[in-house]
Design a binder for this molecule. Structure first.
Ligand code: NAG
Ligand code: NAG
Ligand code: NAG
Ligand code: NAG
Ligand code: NAG
Ligand code: NAG
Length: 504
């Protein structure tokens, strides 16, 4: 009698604490979690034809097929960061962040693609930028390649040409040699998934080759080889002196089952999109599920062999283990199922997985509909990465929400509050080994095929003014408070909303 009464109290107490856990338990940012912000060269720099810079595939795309960009704009000037990098560093410092993620424009450093002719003015810009960060106590994280390779290399096939792996490695070596003494984290390639499917498989982004799934798979295949060669070269020639960390960035969404308990659709969607790249690096080769499914689809289409290229055993071993961290870009989540009648798909992948992927219209969206606020999908993903790859160090290298601009960005604050909270819980409750969290992005910038209509910045940039004046948004002061206290801060609510409103 007494025992069961005590047990009952225990139940009540544990139930209460798990209810309260959500709001208070994990709000401290642990010492092992560094916080930063990021940008990409083509999206911010401008100065596209300055100081011997070569033409990149993005310069070519926006100038030759301007109608592919929602507002027919381009990145010729963008946020003008080529000239204003010192202002940007001041703002990063004001935010109190630990690090800044920037990318190098391949065509600015190697105008005609060849590592034999380094553009000194181009590399000097990155020396200056990185020195300015270091002088202000901000750690630089360098993305070697964020989608803007030299057009001359595209003219020789780009990522369809296996030689690209060699050209990429020669370029990476220039950066190890030049910047490696002061850069301790390099990312090789940003999001093969998106660039290969939208730029080579489809036409949404540069180079817009429209080669279908087979083209996208070949692109990913060559990128994995390029990444591995660049990683191995660092190990052989630079690691002992420079002691940096290297990885590649996967774009991974959350895939929640449409029907509770039905896990195969989630597993399939995960392996086709995230696992495609990550499995080869953390386990070896493409995921079995993906190999079988693409082989089956290819057979059904009458192809003599699978359109997913095969790695030799030597390449499988060579690529396996080539990452010091799991680089993760995450934005949103989807509901997945095997369709019974018509196939519903979203616009970002032509897919052999056979999985139907949709957004729940009840989930709140940013200015682009596929960016829904669904933080539990992030928790799902972080736990999936932990179990799938034996809990590797995870660097979250992008996380953010688009809106239509303006300084009162309440929705951005709410998004980051909920998403960072999910990260803190995954780390402190579930033991996920997340070591970095990167807000995306510092500035309003050129948002690829969306032009300037959708913005991710904590800082507004006046894109109609030649001065490209920077004005911090409301989210800027929220983020300052997070960094000052190293504690998650409650969202700032718009004046008309009462405090009990549920986030869903
Ligand atoms: C560089 O591009 C701008 C357009 O963004 C153009 O006005 C200018 O003439 C170009 N400069 C050179 C040297 O080609
Ligand atoms: C490559 O670019 C450099 C610097 O812009 C130039 O001097 C050189 O002639 C170019 N080489 C070729 C083969 O185009
Ligand atoms: C690939 O690059 C090589 C140079 O390494 C070139 O000879 C070849 O023509 C290119 N292939 C294609 C398909 O463009
Ligand atoms: C990949 O590397 C891991 C760790 O060294 C090893 O356990 C695994 O067997 C390798 N995978 C393949 C396919 O060789
Ligand atoms: C942006 O710059 C333009 C041109 O200088 C100016 O007319 C406009 O008021 C500015 N917009 C804002 C929001 O400051
Ligand atoms: C139902 C639906 O949206 N189907 C689309 C799936 O994607 C392909 C390729 O983009 C489209 O052609 C279909 O219309």
């Amino acid at each position: 009698m007494e025992k069961s009464f005590i047990f009952l109290i225990f139940l009540v107490l544990t139930h209460r604490s798990s209810m309260q856990e959500d709001d208070n338990a994990y709000s401290k940012i642990p010492a092992g979690l560094k916080i930063g912000i990021g940008e990409a060269s083509y999206q911010t720099e401008g100065a596209w034809n300055i100081s011997n810079k070569g033409e990149s595939i993005w310069d070519n795309f926006v100038h030759n097929v301007p109608w592919k960009i929602d507002d027919q704009s381009n990145g010729d000037t963008a946020s003008d960061s080529y000239y204003k990098y010192k202002d940007d560093v001041k703002l990063i410092k004001m935010l109190g962040l630990d690090y800044h993620r920037l990318s190098i424009s391949w065509a600015r450093v190697l105008p005609n693609g060849s590592a034999d002719s380094i553009n000194q003015e181009g590399i000097q810009y990155y020396h200056n930028f990185i020195d300015e960060l270091l002088a202000n106590g901000i750690e630089p994280i360098v993305t070697i390649y964020h989608w803007d390779h030299p057009q001359v290399l595209e003219d020789m096939g780009g990522w369809m040409n296996e030689s690209m792996a060699t050209w990429f490695t020669e370029y990476a070596e220039v950066l190890y040699r030049e910047l490696g003494p002061k850069v301790k984290v390099f990312v090789t390639i940003n999001e093969p998934q998106i660039l290969c499917f939208q730029g080579y498989g489809g036409t949404l982004i540069a180079p817009g080759r429209n080669l279908g799934p087979a083209g996208a798979y070949t692109c990913g295949h060559n990128m994995l080889k390029a990444h591995a060669k660049a990683y191995r070269l660092y190990g052989e020639k630079y690691r002992s002196a420079q002691n940096g960390k290297l990885g590649i960035i996967s774009h991974c969404s959350g895939f929640l089952p449409e029907t509770e308990g039905e896990t195969l659709p989630s597993e399939t969607a995960y392996q086709f999109r995230c696992g495609w790249i990550s499995h080869a690096i953390f386990v070896g080769d493409y995921p079995q599920l993906m190999k079988s499914k693409v082989a089956e689809v290819s057979r059904n289409e009458g192809l003599s062999e699978s359109r997913l290229p095969k790695f030799s055993p030597e390449w499988i071993r060579y690529i396996n283990g080539t990452a010091d961290f799991f680089g993760l870009n995450h934005y949103s989540s989807y509901l997945v199922s095997f369709p019974t009648t018509t196939i519903q798909n979203d616009s970002f992948m032509l897919d052999d997985s056979g999985v139907s992927i949709r957004s729940d219209p009840r989930w709140e969206a940013g200015s682009l509909k596929r960016f829904r606020i669904i933080p539990e999908g992030f928790g799902w993903l972080l736990r999936k990465i932990k179990s799938e790859y034996n809990n590797p160090p995870v660097y979250i290298t992008e996380n953010g929400l688009p809106d239509n601009g303006g300084l009162q960005d309440y929705q951005r604050i709410k998004y980051h509050y909920l998403y960072l909270k999910e990260v803190l819980r995954a780390v402190q409750r579930d033991g996920c080994n997340v070591q970095r969290y990167t807000f995306w992005s510092l500035l309003d910038h050129f948002e690829w095929n969306s032009g300037y209509r959708h913005t991710f910045g904590f800082i507004n940039v006046n894109m109609t003014s030649p001065g490209r004046e920077r004005t911090p948004k409301l989210s800027f002061s929220w983020l300052q408070n997070v960094m000052r206290t190293r504690q998650l801060q409650p969202p700032i609510l718009p004046p008309s909303v009462n405090t009990t409103t549920n986030h869903q």
